[in-house]
Design a protein around this ligand. Structure first.
Ligand code: URA
Length: 210
Protein backbone atom coordinates (compact mmCIF):
# COMPACT_ATOMS: atom_id res chain seq x y z
CA UNK A 1 0.00 0.00 0.00
CA UNK A 2 1.22 3.50 -0.79
CA UNK A 3 0.41 6.14 1.82
CA UNK A 4 0.44 9.83 1.05
CA UNK A 5 -0.27 12.29 3.86
CA UNK A 6 -0.74 15.82 2.56
CA UNK A 7 1.80 18.30 3.77
CA UNK A 8 0.60 21.66 2.52
CA UNK A 9 -0.28 24.79 4.51
CA UNK A 10 -3.46 25.41 2.54
CA UNK A 11 -4.74 21.92 3.32
CA UNK A 12 -3.81 22.26 7.01
CA UNK A 13 -5.50 25.68 7.15
CA UNK A 14 -8.73 24.37 5.64
CA UNK A 15 -8.66 21.29 7.89
CA UNK A 16 -8.26 23.52 10.94
CA UNK A 17 -11.44 25.43 10.07
CA UNK A 18 -13.18 22.12 9.35
CA UNK A 19 -12.21 20.73 12.76
CA UNK A 20 -13.52 23.79 14.63
CA UNK A 21 -16.85 22.90 16.28
CA UNK A 22 -18.16 26.41 15.50
CA UNK A 23 -17.94 25.85 11.74
CA UNK A 24 -21.44 25.72 10.25
CA UNK A 25 -22.67 22.96 7.90
CA UNK A 26 -22.64 25.18 4.76
CA UNK A 27 -19.02 26.21 5.43
CA UNK A 28 -18.12 22.62 6.32
CA UNK A 29 -19.53 21.41 2.98
CA UNK A 30 -17.72 24.09 1.03
CA UNK A 31 -14.39 23.35 2.73
CA UNK A 32 -14.82 19.61 2.23
CA UNK A 33 -15.29 20.21 -1.48
CA UNK A 34 -12.19 22.41 -1.65
CA UNK A 35 -10.09 19.94 0.33
CA UNK A 36 -11.10 17.02 -1.86
CA UNK A 37 -10.11 18.93 -4.98
CA UNK A 38 -6.68 19.57 -3.47
CA UNK A 39 -6.30 15.94 -2.34
CA UNK A 40 -7.57 14.66 -5.67
CA UNK A 41 -4.70 16.44 -7.38
CA UNK A 42 -2.31 14.11 -5.54
CA UNK A 43 -4.60 11.08 -5.71
CA UNK A 44 -4.84 11.26 -9.52
CA UNK A 45 -1.09 11.53 -10.06
CA UNK A 46 -1.11 8.08 -11.71
CA UNK A 47 -4.42 8.37 -13.54
CA UNK A 48 -4.08 6.60 -16.88
CA UNK A 49 -3.81 8.82 -19.92
CA UNK A 50 -3.45 8.15 -23.65
CA UNK A 51 -1.62 10.26 -26.22
CA UNK A 52 -3.73 12.51 -28.44
CA UNK A 53 -2.82 14.67 -31.45
CA UNK A 54 -4.18 18.21 -31.36
CA UNK A 55 -3.70 21.39 -33.34
CA UNK A 56 -3.00 24.61 -31.47
CA UNK A 57 -3.38 27.98 -33.23
CA UNK A 58 0.37 27.69 -33.91
CA UNK A 59 1.14 24.04 -34.70
CA UNK A 60 0.20 20.42 -34.20
CA UNK A 61 1.37 18.69 -31.04
CA UNK A 62 0.82 15.59 -28.93
CA UNK A 63 -0.99 15.88 -25.61
CA UNK A 64 -2.84 13.39 -23.44
CA UNK A 65 -6.42 12.60 -22.50
CA UNK A 66 -7.77 10.44 -19.69
CA UNK A 67 -7.90 6.85 -20.95
CA UNK A 68 -10.91 4.62 -21.44
CA UNK A 69 -12.37 2.94 -19.49
CA UNK A 70 -13.00 6.07 -17.47
CA UNK A 71 -11.95 6.27 -13.81
CA UNK A 72 -14.66 5.29 -11.37
CA UNK A 73 -15.35 7.49 -8.35
CA UNK A 74 -17.06 5.72 -5.43
CA UNK A 75 -18.28 7.84 -2.53
CA UNK A 76 -19.14 5.74 0.52
CA UNK A 77 -22.59 6.83 1.70
CA UNK A 78 -23.43 8.93 3.55
CA UNK A 79 -20.44 11.12 4.43
CA UNK A 80 -18.47 10.31 1.25
CA UNK A 81 -21.20 12.04 -0.72
CA UNK A 82 -19.93 15.35 0.66
CA UNK A 83 -16.65 14.67 -1.15
CA UNK A 84 -18.12 13.87 -4.56
CA UNK A 85 -18.48 17.39 -5.92
CA UNK A 86 -14.84 18.26 -5.22
CA UNK A 87 -13.70 15.10 -6.99
CA UNK A 88 -15.80 15.36 -10.13
CA UNK A 89 -14.79 19.00 -10.47
CA UNK A 90 -11.30 17.72 -11.13
CA UNK A 91 -12.29 14.70 -13.26
CA UNK A 92 -15.64 15.65 -14.81
CA UNK A 93 -15.56 12.66 -17.19
CA UNK A 94 -15.30 10.11 -14.35
CA UNK A 95 -18.12 7.64 -13.84
CA UNK A 96 -19.69 7.68 -10.38
CA UNK A 97 -20.77 4.57 -8.48
CA UNK A 98 -22.21 4.41 -4.97
CA UNK A 99 -21.59 2.18 -2.00
CA UNK A 100 -23.61 2.46 1.19
CA UNK A 101 -21.78 1.25 4.28
CA UNK A 102 -23.09 1.67 7.77
CA UNK A 103 -21.16 1.25 10.99
CA UNK A 104 -22.80 -0.37 13.96
CA UNK A 105 -22.01 2.12 16.73
CA UNK A 106 -21.72 -0.65 19.34
CA UNK A 107 -19.71 -3.33 17.54
CA UNK A 108 -18.11 -0.79 15.11
CA UNK A 109 -18.54 -3.48 12.38
CA UNK A 110 -19.44 -2.29 8.84
CA UNK A 111 -22.14 -3.72 6.58
CA UNK A 112 -23.26 -2.87 3.03
CA UNK A 113 -26.80 -1.50 2.70
CA UNK A 114 -26.68 -0.09 -0.86
CA UNK A 115 -24.61 -0.64 -3.96
CA UNK A 116 -24.67 0.90 -7.42
CA UNK A 117 -21.49 -0.11 -9.22
CA UNK A 118 -20.56 -1.63 -12.60
CA UNK A 119 -20.41 -5.46 -12.44
CA UNK A 120 -16.90 -5.65 -13.86
CA UNK A 121 -14.26 -3.35 -12.43
CA UNK A 122 -11.21 -4.96 -14.00
CA UNK A 123 -9.27 -2.26 -15.87
CA UNK A 124 -11.02 0.50 -13.91
CA UNK A 125 -9.05 2.87 -11.76
CA UNK A 126 -11.24 3.29 -8.68
CA UNK A 127 -11.23 6.30 -6.36
CA UNK A 128 -13.02 5.70 -3.07
CA UNK A 129 -14.17 8.71 -1.06
CA UNK A 130 -14.62 8.43 2.70
CA UNK A 131 -13.83 11.45 4.90
CA UNK A 132 -12.84 9.66 8.12
CA UNK A 133 -10.51 6.67 8.23
CA UNK A 134 -11.16 5.62 11.84
CA UNK A 135 -11.07 1.85 12.54
CA UNK A 136 -10.75 1.17 8.80
CA UNK A 137 -13.82 -1.08 8.94
CA UNK A 138 -16.01 0.66 6.33
CA UNK A 139 -13.18 1.63 4.02
CA UNK A 140 -11.67 -1.85 4.25
CA UNK A 141 -15.03 -3.45 3.45
CA UNK A 142 -15.51 -1.04 0.53
CA UNK A 143 -12.06 -1.83 -0.89
CA UNK A 144 -12.78 -5.58 -0.58
CA UNK A 145 -16.08 -5.04 -2.39
CA UNK A 146 -14.26 -3.35 -5.29
CA UNK A 147 -11.60 -6.09 -5.47
CA UNK A 148 -14.34 -8.72 -5.47
CA UNK A 149 -15.73 -7.00 -8.60
CA UNK A 150 -12.33 -7.31 -10.29
CA UNK A 151 -10.77 -3.94 -9.44
CA UNK A 152 -6.98 -4.01 -9.34
CA UNK A 153 -6.13 -0.39 -8.76
CA UNK A 154 -7.85 1.40 -5.87
CA UNK A 155 -7.08 4.82 -4.41
CA UNK A 156 -8.86 5.96 -1.25
CA UNK A 157 -9.11 9.64 -0.36
CA UNK A 158 -9.83 10.57 3.27
CA UNK A 159 -9.78 13.96 4.95
CA UNK A 160 -8.44 12.53 8.22
CA UNK A 161 -6.96 9.20 9.24
CA UNK A 162 -6.09 7.54 12.54
CA UNK A 163 -2.95 5.39 12.78
CA UNK A 164 -5.15 2.43 13.84
CA UNK A 165 -7.22 2.67 10.64
CA UNK A 166 -4.20 3.08 8.39
CA UNK A 167 -2.58 -0.01 9.98
CA UNK A 168 -5.81 -2.01 9.53
CA UNK A 169 -6.06 -1.12 5.83
CA UNK A 170 -2.37 -1.80 5.28
CA UNK A 171 -2.73 -5.27 6.82
CA UNK A 172 -5.90 -6.02 4.88
CA UNK A 173 -4.73 -5.02 1.41
CA UNK A 174 -1.19 -6.43 1.70
CA UNK A 175 0.40 -6.89 -1.71
CA UNK A 176 -2.45 -5.31 -3.69
CA UNK A 177 -2.40 -2.04 -5.58
CA UNK A 178 -3.93 0.37 -3.08
CA UNK A 179 -3.03 4.01 -2.50
CA UNK A 180 -4.24 5.95 0.51
CA UNK A 181 -4.29 9.75 0.37
CA UNK A 182 -4.96 11.56 3.66
CA UNK A 183 -5.39 15.26 4.41
CA UNK A 184 -3.80 14.61 7.82
CA UNK A 185 -2.86 11.76 10.11
CA UNK A 186 -4.40 12.36 13.53
CA UNK A 187 -3.30 11.03 16.91
CA UNK A 188 -5.56 8.09 17.75
CA UNK A 189 -9.08 6.76 18.19
CA UNK A 190 -11.04 7.29 21.38
CA UNK A 191 -13.06 4.50 23.03
CA UNK A 192 -16.09 5.36 20.90
CA UNK A 193 -14.13 4.95 17.66
CA UNK A 194 -13.88 8.68 16.98
CA UNK A 195 -10.72 10.19 15.59
CA UNK A 196 -8.83 12.42 18.07
CA UNK A 197 -8.56 15.38 17.67
CA UNK A 198 -10.69 14.76 14.55
CA UNK A 199 -13.73 16.79 13.66
CA UNK A 200 -16.59 14.78 15.17
CA UNK A 201 -19.10 12.92 13.01
CA UNK A 202 -18.40 14.00 9.44
CA UNK A 203 -21.86 13.01 8.17
CA UNK A 204 -23.62 14.93 10.92
CA UNK A 205 -21.50 18.01 10.35
CA UNK A 206 -21.96 17.88 6.56
CA UNK A 207 -25.70 17.48 6.73
CA UNK A 208 -26.49 19.41 9.90
CA UNK A 209 -27.85 16.49 11.93
CA UNK A 210 -26.39 17.66 15.24
N1 URA B 1 -16.55 8.71 11.57
C1 URA B 1 -16.66 10.04 11.76
O1 URA B 1 -17.49 10.71 11.14
N2 URA B 1 -15.84 10.63 12.67
C2 URA B 1 -14.91 9.95 13.36
O2 URA B 1 -14.18 10.55 14.15
C3 URA B 1 -14.80 8.56 13.13
C4 URA B 1 -15.63 7.96 12.24
Amino acid sequence: MRLHVADHPLITHKLTVLRDERTSSPVFRQLTEELVTLLAYEATRNVRVSPIEITTPVTTTTGVKISEPRPLVVPILRAGLGMLEGMVKLIPTAEVGFLGMVRNEETLEPSTYAERLPDDLSDRQCFVLDPMLATGGSLGAAIEFLFARGAQDVTAICLLGAPEGVAAIEKQVAGRDVTLVLGAMDERLNDKGYIVPGLGDAGDRLYGTV
